[in-house]
Design a protein around this ligand. Structure first.
Ligand code: NOJ
Ligand code: CA
Length: 715
C-alpha cells in the first residue's frame, strides 16, 4: 500500500518535471526530499508533519588520492566529490521485520522503513557515488556508499561535507567537540550561543583539543520553538572516524566534522566501501526520541553466538578508589616496582591498597549474600605506580597481579559462591601496547575464569598524535570487541568512543562509559539535571555504565580531603536503575553505606537488568524522565524517574499493567523535606495495592526522583 503511494508521488514529481525524489515514512508523517542543485550538488531536506525541519542541505566529500610521493604534487590529488553529479537511477523499497535483541529495553524491536537508493555519477570524473536513505516513523538514516569502480579505488577523505541546515535558532543540549572525552556537563543554550558559552578551559585541559569554538559532539539534542525535538547522531561507526558537528552560526547549519588522524586525514577508504549512517530522529513528543530504535536498526544483525552473554549486576572496590579513600597502586615507591618484576619483597604495601585478598573476599561475600552477579576489582595488576601522564608506552602487561591479590584463590572463592570477578584493563591509552598483549590478556582471563572486562583509555593515545575518535581508534575498539567475542568475553569500555548501536551486532559489548558518569560526583559533582539529559544524548547509541546507587552523598565522609557532594537525592539514585538502561548495572557505593539503608537497598537488589517492554511515561530533556519497564524474567514492572531543577509532581498512569490483576506497589520516593544538597537521604517507602486503573501522583524535589516495584499478587 505504502509502496504504491510512494511510486505515485514520484510519478507526479516526474510529470511536473521537478528534479527531485520524495520518500515518505511508513506513518506518512516524515518526508524526505532529495534533489540535485544547479551545480550538481546532491541535496536533501526533511519535513515533519508538513513542517520543514532540515532545509536543503548538501551531501558529499572532499577527497584525495595522494598517499605518498613528492609533496609538491599533493594538491593535484585533491578533488571535490560533492558537485557536478547527475542522477543515473534510483530505487525505492520498504522493509518491515521484528528482531529480538540478546538483551535490551524490550524483547522485540520493529525495524520498519521506506528506502530511497540513489546512484549518482560525477560528470567530469566519471566517479560513482551512491546514497541510501531510510525513513522510519521516528526519523531518517542515510549513508554514502562508494561502489567498486576503476575511477576510484583507494582514497582519503579530507572532509565530509554533510550538512544539517536547521530552520532556526533552536535550543540545543550539547557538549564541546574535542577528541578525547565525552565526560562533560551538558550545556543548554540557543544554537547562536554555542560559541560564546563554549568554555575554552574544557579543551585546554585535554590533548588535541577543539577544532572550533562552535563544534559539538553527537548525539546532539535540539528543540524548536514550536516544540519539535530533533536529535542528530550516527549509527554503525565502523572503519571510519567519529563525526562531530561544526556550526555556522550565521545560518544555523551544522556540517559534519570528522576526527582527523595524526597527519590531518579523516579516513582511508577503498571502494567498495560505505560510511556510517547519519541519523536524524524527529518528533513533537520527547518520549518518541527515547523510544526510537533507529540507531540499532541501522546496524547489522547479530554476528556472533550470544549464548554465553549474560547481563550483569555488580559491585566493586571502585567507589573507594574514585573518592580517594583507597588506592589502585600497591606502593608509593615508584622505583621498587618495575613492570614484569614480581619481587615486591622490598616494596612497602600501602594500607589503603583496595585490591587486597581480604577486601576482595569481603566484597565477594557481600555480593553473594545480596544476589549480585559480580565484583569488579581494579588496581589488581602491577603498573599503577607510574601509569598516567608521562606518555609511557609499556605500562601494564595485563597479567601480573600485585602480591596481595591472589588471583587463583580469589576466583575460586568467588566461583564457589556463585559470583564472578570482573577483570580490569586500564590501557592508559597505550593502545599499541594493549593490542600487543590482547590475546595473552584474554587467554589469561579464560584461565582464571573471568568472563567480563572493564577496559579503560585514560590519557593521550599512543601511537602519539592519534586520538580517541579517529579511524585508527575506532578500528581498535571494534577489534577488541570482536577478539573478546572469540574468547567469550563481555566488554565494558570506558573512555572509548560513544556507542553507535554496534551492540546489536556484537552484544558482548555490554556497555560503555563515554559520558560524564557517577565518578564526576566525586570529582566536584555534576549538574543536578544531568541524568534527565543522558537518555536523550549519550544513550541514543547504547547502554552506559553510569554506576549509580550512591547513598552517601557527602564524599568527605569517605575521604576528608574530598569535599565533593553527589548532586542528587537518594531516591533519584534508585530511579536511575530504570531510566539509565544498561545490561550492566553497578551498585557503586560501599557495602557499609548500603547496610545503613537496607530498606532502600532492597530496590537495587530487586531491579532487573534486562526487560521485555519499556514504556516512556514522561519526558522532557533536561527536566524529567519517567520510564516503566517490564522484567524480562518475571511479571514484575518497575518505574523510575529522574527529576531536574524544578520541584514537580509526576502523574504515573498505571494503565500499562495487566487488567484484572492487583499489584503490590513499593514506592521509593523523596521525603517531604528532601533536598539534594542539604538533606539528600530523606526518602519514604510507601506500599499500596494498585491496578491498571490507578494513577500515582508522586512529588519529586530538584535532582530528586523515585523508583517503584510493582509485583502482581498471587491469585
Ligand atoms: C577512569 C574510569 O572511568 C574509571 O572508572 C576507572 O576507575 C579509572 N579510569 C581508572 O582506570
Ligand atoms: Ca571515565
Amino acid at each position: 500500500m505504502h509502496k504504491i503511494l510512494i511510486f505515485t508521488f514520484i510519478f507526479l514529481f516526474s510529470i511536473l518535471g521537478l528534479n527531485s525524489q520524495t520518500l515518505i515514512s511508513p506513518s506518512n508523517e516524515i518526508e524526505l526530499v532529495f534533489s540535485i542543485s544547479d551545480r550538481g550538488e546532491p541535496l536533501y531536506n526533511l519535513y515533519f508533519k508538513g513542517k520543514e525541519v532540515i532545509k536543503p542541505s548538501t551531501l558529499g566529500f572532499e577527497i584525495s588520492t595522494y598517499f605518498s610521493g613528492f609533496s609538491f604534487t599533493k594538491n593535484d590529488f585533491l578533488s571535490n566529490y560533492s558537485s557536478d553529479f547527475r542522477l543515473l537511477q534510483y530505487t525505492i523499497d520498504s522493509y518491515d521485520e521484528t528482531w529480538s535483541p540478546v538483551w535490551g529495553e524490550e524483547s522485540a524491536i520493529r525495524n520498519n522503513y521506506n528506502e530511497l537508493f540513489l546512484e549518482l555519477e560525477q560528470e567530469s570524473t566519471g566517479r560513482r557515488l551512491n546514497i541510501r536513505f531510510r525513513l522510519f516513523d521516528t526519523g531518517l538514516g542515510f549513508r554514502y556508499e562508494v561502489p567498486e569502480q576503476k575511477e576510484l579505488g583507494h582514497f582519503i577523505i579530507k572532509n565530509e561535507l554533510t550538512e544539517f541546515a536547521l530552520t532556526g535558532d533552536h535550543m540545543a543540549i550539547w557538549i564541546p567537540g574535542d577528541y578525547d572525552s565525552q565526560e562533560y556537563d551538558y550545556n543548554t543554550t540557543r544554537l547562536s550561543e554555542i560559541g560564546s558559552t563554549f568554555d575554552v578551559a574544557y579543551t585546554e585541559n585535554v590533548s588535541q583539543s577543539s577544532f572550533s569554538k562552535t563544534g559539538v559532539q553527537t548525539s546532539l539534542q535540539m528543540k524548536t520553538d514550536d516544540g519539535i525535538y530533533i536529535n542528530i547522531h550516527e549509527a554503525e561507526l565502523v572503519d571510519y572516524s567519529t563525526m562531530h558537528l561544526n556550526l555556522d552560526t550565521n545560518n544555523f547549519t551544522f556540517t559534519s566534522w570528522l576526527t582527523p588522524d595524526a597527519i590531518g586525514n579523516r579516513a582511508y577508504m577503498n571502494s567498495p566501501c560505505k560510511t556510517p549512517w547519519r541519523t536524524i530522529i524527529v518528533s513533537d513528543d520527547a518520549r518518541d526520541i527515547l523510544a526510537s530504535r533507529i540507531t540499532y536498526n541501522l546496524n547489522e544483525p547479530l554476528a556472533i553466538d550470544p549464548s554465553w552473554i549474560k547481563p550483569i549486576k555488580y559491585i566493586g572496590v571502585w567507589w573507594e578508589m574514585i573518592t580517594g579513600k583507597s588506592s589502585w597502586s600497591y606502593t608509593d615507591d615508584f622505583k621498587s616496582v618495575q613492570l614484569g618484576d614480581t619481587d615486591y619483597t622490598n616494596a612497602v604495601r600501602k594500607e589503603n591498597h583496595a585490591a587486597n585478598n581480604e577486601n576482595v573476599k569481603f566484597h565477594i561475600d557481600f555480593a553473594a549474600l545480596h544476589g549480585f552477579d559480580a565484583v569488579l576489582v581494579e588496581g589488581w595488576n602491577i603498573g599503577w605506580e607510574d601509569w598516567f601522564g608521562n606518555s609511557k608506552e609499556y605500562v601494564f602487561d595485563f597479567k601480573t597481579p600485585y602480591p596481595d591479590f591472589d588471583i587463583k584463590e580469589l576466583n575460586d572463592y568467588a566461583h564457589e559462591k556463585g559470583v564472578e570477578l570482573i577483570m580490569h584493563h586500564e590501557t592508559s591509552s597505550s593502545v599499541r601496547n594493549y593490542e600487543r598483549h590482547l590475546d595473552e590478556a584474554y587467554s589469561f582471563m579464560n584461565e582464571y575464569g573471568y568472563n567480563a572486562v572493564k577496559s579503560g583509555y585514560v590519557g593521550d593515545i599512543i601511537p602519539r598524535g592519534e586520538t580517541h575518535y579517529g579511524q585508527y581508534m575506532i578500528n581498535h575498539y571494534n577489534y577488541a570487541i570482536k577478539k573478546a567475542a572469540e574468547y567469550k568475553i563481555m566488554i565494558n569500555a570506558h573512555e572509548a568512543v560513544r556507542p553507535t548501536g554496534i551492540a546489536r551486532t556484537y552484544p558482548n559489548l555490554l556497555a560503555n562509559e563515554s559520558a560524564r558518569g557517577t565518578e564526576y560526583q566525586a570529582f566536584g559533582g555534576s549538574k543536578p539535571n544531568h541524568t534527565t539529559i543522558l537518555p536523550f544524548t549519550r544513550q541514543i547509541g547504547g547502554p552506559m555504565d553510569y554506576t549509580p546507587g550512591i547513598f552517601e552523598m557527602d564524599i568527605s565522609k569517605l575521604n576528608p580531603y574530598n569535599g565533593s557532594k553527589v548532586n542528587t537525592t537518594l531516591a533519584n539514585q534508585l530511579g536511575l536503575y530504570v531510566i539509565m538502561y544498561s545490561p550492566l548495572q553497578m551498585a557503586a557505593d560501599l557495602p557499609e553505606n548500603y547496610m545503613r539503608f537496607m530498606d532502600a537497598f532492597q530496590f537495587i537488589k530487586n531491579v532487573p537488568v534486562e526487560w521485555s517492554k519499556s514504556i516512556y511515561l514522561e519526558a522532557e530533556p533536561g527536566e524529567y524522565v519517567t520510564i516503566a519497564r517490564k522484567d524480562k524474567n518475571s511479571d514484575n514492572w518497575y518505574v523510575g524517574n529522574s527529576n531536574g531543577y524544578e520541584e514537580r509532581i509526576s502523574n504515573v498512569s498505571l494503565s500499562f499493567l495487566d487488567t484484572n490483576t492487583t499489584y503490590n506497589a513499593m514506592i521509593y520516593k523523596d521525603g517531604n523535606d528532601a533536598n539534594y544538597s542539604s538533606n539528600p537521604q530523606s526518602y519514604i517507602i510507601d506500599t499500596k495495592f494498585v491496578t491498571s486503573n490507578d494513577t500515582l501522583m508522586i512529588n519529586t524535589v530538584p535532582a530528586g526522583g523515585f523508583a517503584i516495584e510493582l509485583s502482581p499478587m498471587k491469585k
